[in-house]
Structures are given as structure tokens and as C-alpha cells.
Design a protein around this ligand. Structure first.
Ligand code: FAD
Length: 471
């Protein structure tokens, strides 16, 4: 195998492997260093794919439990989930996709260098995998991603106090599960294990679930979770978690400052993820860091020439950087095109779709109503409930709504927020609308097929103009 490359990429997650393919497409000779046994990184092995596979199992269980509604007779009294089969199916999906990335590497003549990479300066990357080899690179892209992190007072033992990496592989459904943190990871696992039969409690420091979403979405999610029997303790801080033989004793501080004791079989820490840079040699090379993240400019250049960084491991400074698979991939493509000499433009993070696959699903893009008001817009909003749609009634999925936030002066759509069936798919239309700087009127005049869930978007546009047809 060669040791001299146009580009060496460290990390084969959705940032690194997509950057590699694009670089290869553009004629560069590429190597990717990856220390795990498979390609695909957090998304394919520990994140997006296994969690969504588990959510599909949870959904299947819901449909089967509602068999009577569908006119299907199932003799067994209470359908339960078989975790062995769940993991077999989930692992089959994960393995198929990681092997798919290997195939793409071969197809694009990308070398996978197995091992742990360290920046050695002057365009050199040391790779350790038992023995050591050194690669020469004209350009280096750091795409080392992130890993789960805890908070003071909570020590992860991967047995009783676990992270999402452990939660995707539980052999048995816990009787009680306490989830700390209710961003996307927290609420998705709440949906999975509640459907599988756990008693689930979510504890969130901030006053609302999914704190980055529009407040109306958070309120609707909390209502739905309550109906499903998921308990939400918002404004509550977990201060201590002690693992014992049978479970975890948890101390929390309630919004009024009182101490509350909770117990659960398992505590899932879902309080966020931190950058992976340990042992990488970035600081020693003089790469500017910020709170442990690699600082980049808006075209993902680090402070060291010919070294770029993308994905979960970076910070852009002022703007919070979304840790999302599709963001890392978009950044990887941009860097590849910049290295190939193409005219590239910075990514507009306001146009990044946020999808959460809990039940009900959430999809959003752009400004929330609060943020739009804070930015001084004369805001106009409109929303439309899925429950009115024929398509939603047929599917038996009538929760939620689509809400549009628009600027009254120019009628421009500033944000679209939805919770309910297929929201993670429907949001694509809203992303395009924002990217094309659409007005609400253009959305009103866009014909939505009948009967579809997407009619809720058209109707929400009508509602934003004060005239929904079916309300
Ligand atoms: C439970 C969970 C669910 C998620 N669900 C979604 C979702 O539904 N949608 C979504 O968009 N995002 C989701 N995410 C987030 C998404 O997985 C990440 O944003 C994405 O994987 C980031 O890609 P990346 O390439 O930056 O890093 P990663 O995917 O973390 O990849 C980094 C790779 O670098 C390798 N590496 C690190 N250091 C070295 C080294 N020194 N040498 C060699 N290799 C190294 C690692 O082994 C890893 O494979 C989820 C995350 C989690 C944890």
C-alpha cells in the first residue's frame, strides 16, 4: 500500500468517509485512517442507524399492540419484544451499511489504513496498529468526531450508569430507566424503551424537553410523553448517581431547590458529547483549540496550513456547531471541493434540518418563534394540526402539528417546526423553502398531493395568512 497521498483523512465517520469519497471523485489520491473495526463512525455503528433501527422495532410493537384497531387478531395476550431478534436485525442493518462504505472505498480506490492516527507535523501522519507506519499527505482532514461525556458527580460504569453506546445493546429491557438529558438522544431512547416496556423518567436541567426546538414543539412532546406514560422532570438537576448491585440511587434538585431521591435499574447519561482529540497530537502541532474542540474558519481550515477539520470535533467559534451526521457530511464535501480548487461558499447553519425520531417525530429548520422575535422580526405564525388530515386519520397517527414562523414585512419563511407523523421526512420541503428564500405565499401556491401528510405544510402556510382551508 502507498504511503504518500494527496489527502489523508483521520476518522471514517460520516464526515471523514464522505469527504474521502468526494476527494476521490475529484481525482485525489486518498487514505482514511480509522481505528475501529468497521467504517462509518458514530452514525453507522453507535448512533443514527442502530437507534433508528430500534425505533422501528418500537413502532412495530406499537402497531402489533394496536392490532384490534387494524382488525387483526393476534392470539397471544400481550405481545412482547424479543431483544435477541431486535439486536440480530439491528446488527444486520449496521453491518450491511458499514460493509457498504467499504465497498465505496474500493470503488473509489480509497485506502483504509487501519489504526490510530497521530499528527506528526510537516504533512506526516503516524499510524499505530501494533507496529507503526508514517503517511505523507499534502492535505490532512481531521474528522475524529465525538464521544459521550458525563457530568460531575456521575461516573459512567457501563453497567448501571450507561451511555447511548451501551443503551443500543441492552440484552434485556430494564424495568425502570432514568434518562438524564433530553436532547435528541435522550428522547429517542425514552421512546424506544417505553415502547419496549420500561418505566421511563426523563430528567432535564432546562425548563423544557428538546430545549433547542420551538417552545410549542416541546410542550406538545411533553404532553404526548405524558400520555404514553413517560415522566418528564424538567428544571431538575441530577446532582449524584450511585450505582449499586440492583440499580442506581439518584439525587436531584427540583426547580424549587429541594432535594429529591430517585431510583432506577439503569441511569442513561445523555447530557451531550465531547470532541475526540486525545492522543491526536493536534495541540502539539499548534492547532488552535477551544474548549477541547478544534477551531476552524468557515471553510474548515484550522490554524495550521494544510490541516482542515470537520464534523463533531470542530467549533466555529461564536456559532454553536450542530453535531449531526448530515452536517459532518456537508462539511466533508465542502472541504473536498475546496481542496480541488472549486469555488465554495460557507454553509448556512440556519438551513440545517434538525430531526428527532422519537414518537412523535420532530422535524425543524430555521428560526424558532422566540429567536425570530429576538432578532427583531415582525413575526407572523400559523400552524395546522395533523389530526384534521385524512391521511393522518388513516394511519392512526393524529398527534402534532406543523408551525410556520414568517416575517410579516416580506412574507419570508423564517422557520418551520413540526411534530407528528413523518415529520423527519416532511421537513425536507421546508429546508428547500428556506434555502430558496421562499415566501409563505409561494408555499400556499405549492400544490400538495391529497391525501398526504404533506398537506399539513400547505395548510400551515394558509394558516400563516390567516385562512386555513380545513380548519
Ligand atoms: C445515539 C446517537 C444517535 C444519533 N442520531 C443521529 C441522527 O439520527 N441523525 C444525525 O444526523 N446525527 C445523529 N447522531 C450524531 C452523529 O452520529 C454524529 O454527528 C456524526 O457521527 C459525526 O460524524 P463525524 O464524522 O464528525 O464523527 P464520528 O462519526 O464520531 O467518526 C469519527 C471516527 O474517527 C475515528 N477516530 C477518532 N480518533 C481517531 C484516531 N486518532 N485515529 C483513527 N481514527 C480515529 C473514530 O473511531 C470514529 O470512527 C447521533 C449520535 C448518537 C450518539
Amino acid at each position: 500500500m502507498a504511503t504518500s497521498y494527496d489527502v489523508v483523512i483521520i476518522g471514517a465517520g460520516t464526515g471523514g468517509y464522505v469527504a474521502a469519497i468526494r476527494c476521490a471523485q475529484l481525482g485525489m489520491k486518498v487514505a482514511v485512517v480509522e481505528k475501529q473495526k468497521a467504517l462509518g463512525g458514530t452514525c453507522l455503528i453507535w448512533g443514527c442507524i442502530p437507534t433508528k433501527a430500534l425505533l422501528e422495532h418500537a413502532h412495530a410493537l406499537k402497531v402489533i399492540r394496536d392490532a384490534k384497531e387494524w382488525g387483526v387478531t393476534i392470539p397471544a395476550a400481550t405481545p412482547v419484544v424479543d431483544m435477541n431478534q431486535v439486536h440480530t436485525r439491528k446488527d444486520r442493518i449496521v453491518n450491511g451499511l458499514t460493509r457498504g462504505v467499504e465497498f465505496l472505498f474500493k470503488k473509489n480506490k480509497i485506502d483504509w489504513i487501519k489504526g490510530t492516527a497521530r499528527l506528526a507535523g510537516n504533512g506526516k501522519v503516524d499510524v499505530t496498529n501494533g507496529d507503526r507506519q508514517t503517511l505523507d499527505a499534502k492535505e490532512i482532514i481531521i474528522a475524529t468526531g465525538s464521544s459521550a461525556r458525563s457530568v460531575p458527580g456521575i461516573e459512567i460504569d457501563h453497567r448501571r450508569i450507561i451511555t447511548s453506546d451501551d443503551a443500543i445493546g441492552l440484552k434485556e429491557v430494564p424495568k425502570t430507566l432514568l434518562i438524564m438529558g433530553c436532547g435528541a438522544v435522550g428522547v429517542e431512547f425514552a421512546s424506544i424503551y417505553r415502547r419496549f416496556g420500561s418505566e421511563v423518567t426523563i430528567v432535564e436541567l432546562l425548563p423544557q424537553l428538546m430545549p433547542l426546538e420551538d417552545e410549542a414543539i416541546s410542550v406538545e412532546l411533553e404532553k404526548s410523553f405524558r400520555r404514553q406514560g413517560i415522566k418528564s422532570l424538567t428544571g431538575t438537576k441530577v446532582t449524584r448517581g450511585a450505582a449499586g448491585a440492583d440499580g442506581v440511587d439518584i439525587e436531584a434538585q427540583t426547580p424549587d431547590g429541594k432535594s429529591q431521591k430517585l431510583t432506577a435499574e439503569l441511569l442513561l447519561v445523555a447530557t451531550g458529547r465531547g470532541p475526540v482529540t486525545s492522543g491526536l497530537g493536534a495541540e502539539e502541532l499548534g492547532v488552535q483549540m477551544e474548549r477541547g474542540y478544534i477551531k476552524v474558519d468557515d471553510l474548515y481550515r484550522t490554524s495550521v496550513p494544510n490541516v482542515s477539520a470537520i464534523g463533531d470535533v470542530i467549533t466555529l467559534g461564536d456559532t454553536p456547531h450542530p453535531q449531526l451526521a448530515h452536517v459532518s457530511s456537508a462539511e466533508g464535501i465542502l472541504v473536498a471541493e475546496r481542496l480541488a480548487g472549486q469555488d465554495v461558499r460557507p454553509i448556512n447553519y440556519n438551513h440545517v434540518p434538525n430531526c428527532t425520531y422519537c414518537d412523535p417525530e420532530i422535524g425543524s429548520v430555521g428560526l424558532t418563534e422566540t429567536k425570530a422575535r429576538q432578532r427583531g422580526y415582525d413575526v407572523r405564525v400559523g400552524s395546522f394540526p395533523f389530526g384534521v388530515l385524512g391521511r393522518a386519520k388513516m394511519a392512526g397517527e393524529t398527534e402534532g402539528f406543523v408551525k410556520i414562523v414568517a416575517d410579516k414585512k416580506y412574507d419570508e419563511i423564517l422557520g418551520v417546526h413540526m411534530i407528528g407523523p413523518r415529520s423527519t421526512e416532511l421537513v425536507a420541503e421546508a429546508v428547500l423553502a428556506l434555502r430558496l428564500e421562499c415566501t409563505v405565499d409561494e408555499l400556499v401556491k405549492t400544490i400538495h398531493a391529497h391525501p398526504t401528510f404533506s398537506e399539513a405544510i400547505g395548510e400551515a402556510a394558509h394558516a400563516t395568512h390567516g385562512a386555513p382551508i380545513h380548519l
